[in-house]
Ligand binder design. Sequence first.
Ligand code: SAM
Length: 240
Amino acid sequence: MCRRFFVDRPVVGECARLEGSEAEHLIRVLRAKVDDEVVLFDGSGAEFPARVVTIGRSHAELRVLERSWVDRELSPPLVLAVALPKGDRQRWLVEKAVELGVAQLVPLVTKRGVAQPVDRALDRLRRAVVEASKQCGRNRLMEISSPQTLAECFAAAPLGCQRWLAHPCASAQPLRELLQQVTHDPLLAAVGPEGGFTDDEIAAAGPECQLVTLGPRILRIETVALAVASGVALLRQAVA
Ligand code: SAM
């Protein structure tokens, strides 16, 4: 059972308070009692074993017992820029990207995109990031940034960042070859919408961008994103 709880402000000192859905989870789902021990995290990279001190109707107070820095991140970071799929597939993609250690998800605004990202949907996805982080033990939250075009996203990538663009064409390099050439630099990988990237979008991504293919079959957006993330995660796993 998941006994990790997210505190949405920095945990400082000995006292912490859970409210809202986190308190609901502790009080109504886990039916925690005074003196029970749980683990808190605040997205800073640390986790905090803590003991329940008081339980109210909709909040709980806890005593922080310890602060430990537990790194479960990929290093260097992987950023996925994805034209989000429709409906439940968005949430599934976010959940698995968190589990695989993706540092940032950039929702792409594309010419042929069917699910253009709106604020309310992005807020729901940010809540899914917290849920997945509770479950998988990450102490940093995957950032879901504001929507960007492919050109904006590639232009904002740091110097030295490897840039991949998934595109099923003959001139693209196979993923297995690119994985063998992964450097110790940050990596940005972009995945297009159901209708694919337009030629203009690909041109605007810039000459440093490497086209990558995952083979002759056309895969769904989330399959491509997670296949790339899985390959990179295997190479970049933090040592426990
Ligand atoms: N007809 C579209 C095309 O030719 O680009 C297919 C779009 S596919 C459903 C959605 C996105 O997944 C594509 O824009 C591309 O980024 C990625 N994709 C799907 N299959 C791929 C493959 N075999 N290799 C590389 N990328 C792929």
